[in-house]
Design a protein around this ligand. Structure first.
Ligand SMILES: [Zn+2]
Length: 849
């Protein structure tokens, strides 16, 4: 028996330049291709190994510069997704041209070279073809060295129907009709030197916006016919963020043009293909007059994120998939910087607290993972696209930036990009560059956050002039394990002393540290600015001091966010009692910040899923007392000159009152407003619409269901489409829930959305048991239909199945049905469910009197 071959490619033969010619057939869903690769044979070999998957190879040859050509044969290794090319004699070291002819399938799994369908203006289904190669799916489109370190230049030629448009990474250099056919050949310029996962080609009937100049190149947005009118907002943030990054990085945009392309079927949010960024429609196309502020922010975020990657990721790329986190964490961090600079009134770093909290929720589990971990097989990289990579990664970068100082941090980034441009880098290369520019021990600090899972709970107490801070691991389920774990924690302190307010920064590296002030502090804020990735536990005395000040005098909005979020986490962990948490909420009835309310309302919904019906009634009464005055202060209508965030807050409060607080008056008013809205679309503020839809789904029956279903089918914007679609998961009636469940697999909903509809149904307290039975019954079908990356995300819905019996069933189901592309996420969902069930048992007697 031969040794099993490694899934990693040998480095005896290195690709330098690819010429790729593809002829896709949008009727038969197939393609024919030829790739010619300039390779450097570094060691004499008879065998050339590269990646290929789901391709048939028709012919293989390799030519030497003296004109000698060897014909070879190809053997496909399906397990390792490799093609082994055999030649009749040993190829001596030197430069060669490798030529391969092949055919493949335009699949429907939204990866590789895949098909997408949309309804044209005539009501007929129209086809298009697009690519999604990250992490390891370029090999489904053409044979290649499909590992990020094999950087090369790509020259793409597409042969397509003469009426269609073709887009690739670089600009078009020539387009000519092919005589005697209805086809044309579109020839693209050479790309820069880059990794295979960034190559893209898209073919279809597209409309483009007029090019605008951005950082010296032309920028356009492309969409299927009829949707170009939704592109202006993306053009504006596309240009602004590209120019922002060019200045920040101190390097011009590395491509020769930039197209932002909306694809009707898309597995993730967007993909940073150099010069040809692809998006799902909701993340790019938007009507700025009709969309909510949050929906606009999402488009601004995603466009900025992808643009940030053009340098960080595309120009400088991770050596191997273990470094993926840095790509994503950094682009997420930069997305905040760019959007904050573009629309400071959105206070983007404050709302980032919501993302940080989502990461801390998962990272407080025993089943969390370190941000960076060794990746052997490429499918392990698939498990990296989660909240720990993006949100925790970005949070620790923000913490580092604030600790080092923004300008010094930026200088280190510039140094790193200059050193590794057109090449690959390891995570440690970034720390080295930052150490060089700041002279600070960045590597030791970051290693404690990157290679260790979890985060600390920082306790603080005072005695006289001394403030004592100490760290210990935070866990929802405490079993005493890992108690010796320590982080290098940047502590940002603000204290009120008789001499005035004093700020201090220190680095807590041991279990405990003391800080001396000149005089005893009256109050102390730890994690001032809330940039730290840790939770804070104040002594009773210090907490009382903050509460005494009404919490708005000493604490900024984002610091109050921290207080609430840490309080809720401590409640779930059993460190703080539920009644103490609800008292904290009572005290925050005067709160005016949208993000603080976001975290409060999220905790109400979680409580609602945990508590039984009798308890929920009590909870609703209590929440009514907190929520009603907050809404009364704002009123139901927009006031002239009002901040956009106020509009969002009004919507959030109404939504909470009408759902989790079950307030009949709010529900009546929401129904009346929605009726007005049906006659006159301008009668309701755009930021109110999600609340009305949520309340009507929560309280509605068949009539509302039909309305929303029609709203989904006839939507004029991607945001309306998903708003009405996802609302279908929130009805209480069993028959309506069953209809929604059927929609997930009957072909009426795109597979890019079905998994999230399913997740919504699992989280619906009234529908969760039906949803769970349905998912179990259709598990194989769903795995066949849905994109692989969506399965673990769909399964997040099981955190809503809060009962000891359901939990038992869920655990045994996943034992029998492992999810190989997301085993870690499944483990985390189960632990979150465990936390909720444990609280349910603990709180059984509460709120009953
Ligand atoms: Zn990204």
């Amino acid at each position: 028996m031969a040794e099993p071959r490694s899934h990693r490619l040998p480095t005896s033969v290195i690709p330098e330049r690819y010429e790729i010619r593809l002829t896709p057939d949008l009727i038969q869903w197939s393609f024919a291709g030829e790739v010619k690769v300039a390779v450097d044979v570094r060691q004499g070999v008879r065998e050339v190994i590269l990646n290929a998957a789901e391709l048939s190879i028709q012919s293989v040859s390799i030519g030497r510069s003296d004109g000698v050509v060897f014909h070879g044969s190809a053997q496909l290794d399906g397990d390792n997704e490799q093609a082994v090319l055999n030649f009749p004699e040993i190829l001596a070291p030197g430069k060669y041209w490798l030529q391969i002819q092949f055919t493949g399938v335009l699949n429907d799994k939204l990866h590789g070279f895949y098909r997408s369908l949309y309804k044209g203006a005539d009501g007929q289904e129209k086809p298009l073809a697009s690519t999604q190669f990250e992490s390891t799916d370029a090999r489904r489109a053409f044979p290649c060295w499909d590992e990020p370190a094999f950087k090369a230049v790509y020259q793409v030629t597409l042969v397509i129907d003469e009426k269609l448009t073709a887009i690739s990474n670089a600009r078009v250099v020539n387009e000519r009709g092919l005589k005697g056919t209805e086809k044309k050949e579109v020839i693209f310029a050479d790309s820069m030197k880059m990794s295979t996962y960034l190559v893209a080609f898209i073919v279809g009937d597209f409309e483009a916006t007029e090019p605008v100049e951005a950082d010296g190149i032309e920028l356009r947005v492309l969409a299927v016919p009829g949707k170009k009118k939704l592109a202006d907002f993306a053009v504006a943030i596309g240009k602004a963020s590209l120019e922002h990054f060019s200045q920040y990085y101190g390097i011009p945009y590395p491509g020769d043009k930039l197209d932002l392309i909306a694809i009707p079927d898309f597995a993730s949010g967007a993909m940073e293909n150099l010069g040809a960024i692809t998006f799902r429609e909701t993340a790019l196309l938007v009507d700025p007059d009709k969309a909510t502020r949050a929906e606009l922010e999402r488009v601004a975020d995603v466009v900025s994120h992808e643009n940030a990657h053009m340098w960080f990721g595309d120009l400088v790329t991770m050596q191997w998939w273990n470094g993926l986190w840095l790509n994503e964490a950094f682009a997420t961090f930069m997305e905040m910087l760019a959007v904050d600079a573009w629309k400071p009134e959105w206070r983007r770093w404050d709302s980032f607290a919501v993302s940080r909290a989502a990461a801390m929720q998962v990272d407080g589990l025993k089943s969390t993972r370190p941000i960076e971990f060794p990746v052997e097989r490429p499918e392990e990289a698939a498990g990296m696209f989660d909240v720990l990579t993006y949100e925790k990664g970005a949070s620790v970068l923000r913490m580092l930036e604030q600790y080092l100082g923004a300008a010094k941090f930026r200088d280190g980034i510039r140094l790193y990009l200059q050193k590794h441009a057109y090449a690959n880098a390891e995570t440690t290369d970034l720390w080295d560059a930052l150490e060089e520019s700041t002279k600070q021990p960045v590597r030791a600090l970051m290693d404690s956050w990157i290679f260790q899972p979890g985060y600390p709970l920082v306790s603080v107490e005072t005695s006289g002039r001394t403030i004592r801070v100490s760290q210990q691991i935070f866990r929802y389920l405490q079993d005493g394990s890992d108690s010796e774990r320590r982080w290098h924690v940047p502590i940002f302190l603000r204290a009120g002393t008789p001499a005035g307010v004093v700020n201090k920064t220190l680095l807590l590296t041991e279990k405990e540290q003391q800080v001396e002030f000149d005089a005893p502090a009256n109050w102390v804020v730890v994690n001032a600015g809330a940039h730290g990735f840790y939770r804070v536990r104040y002594s009773q005395e210090l907490l009382a001091a903050l509460r005494q000040g009404g919490m708005t005098t000493q604490l900024t909005a984002v610091e109050r966010f921290g207080l609430v979020n840490d309080g809720w986490a401590a409640t779930l962990a059993g460190i703080v009692s539920l009644s103490d948490y609800l008292e904290l909420i009572d005290q925050l009835a005067g709160e005016t910040d949208v993000n603080v309310w976001t975290t409060m309302i999220a905790s109400f919904h979680q409580l609602h899923r945990i508590l039984d019906n009798v308890q929920c009634k009590k909870l609703a009464q209590r929440l009514l007392v907190v929520l009603s005055p907050a809404l009364e202060r704002l009123g139901w209508s927009v006031r002239p000159g009002e901040d956009e965030l106020i509009g969002q807050l009004r919507g959030d409060l109404i939504s909470a009152l009408g759902t989790v607080a079950d307030d009949a008056a709010t529900q009546d008013r929401a129904r009346a407003l929605f009726a007005d809205y049906e006659h006159n679309r301008d009668s309701v503020d755009r930021n109110l619409l999600p609340a009305l839809v949520a309340i009507l789904a929560h309280t509605g029956g068949t009539a509302e269901y039909e309305k929303f279903f029609a709203g989904f089918e006839n939507a004029q914007t991607p945001q309306d489409e998903t708003r009405y679609l996802f609302a279908l998961a929130n009805f209480a009636d069993a028959g309506l829930i069953d209809r929604t469940l059927d929609l997930t697999i009957n072909g009426k909903v795109r597979t890019q959305n079905s998994p999230y509809l399913m997740r919504g149904a699992l989280l619906n307290k009234h529908g969760r048991e039906r949803a769970w039975s349905f998912m179990k019954a259709h598990w194989n079908e769903m795995n066949r239909l849905f994109p692989d990356n969506a399965i673990p995300r769909m399964c997040e819905g099981v955190v809503g199945l809060v009962s000891a019996e359901l939990e038992k069933d869920v655990v045994s189901f996943f034992l029998a049905h492992p999810v190989k592309q997301g085993s870690k996420q499944i483990e985390q969902h189960l632990e979150r469910l465990r936390v909720a069930v444990a609280c349910q048992e603990l709180w059984r007697s509460l709120l009953r009197s």
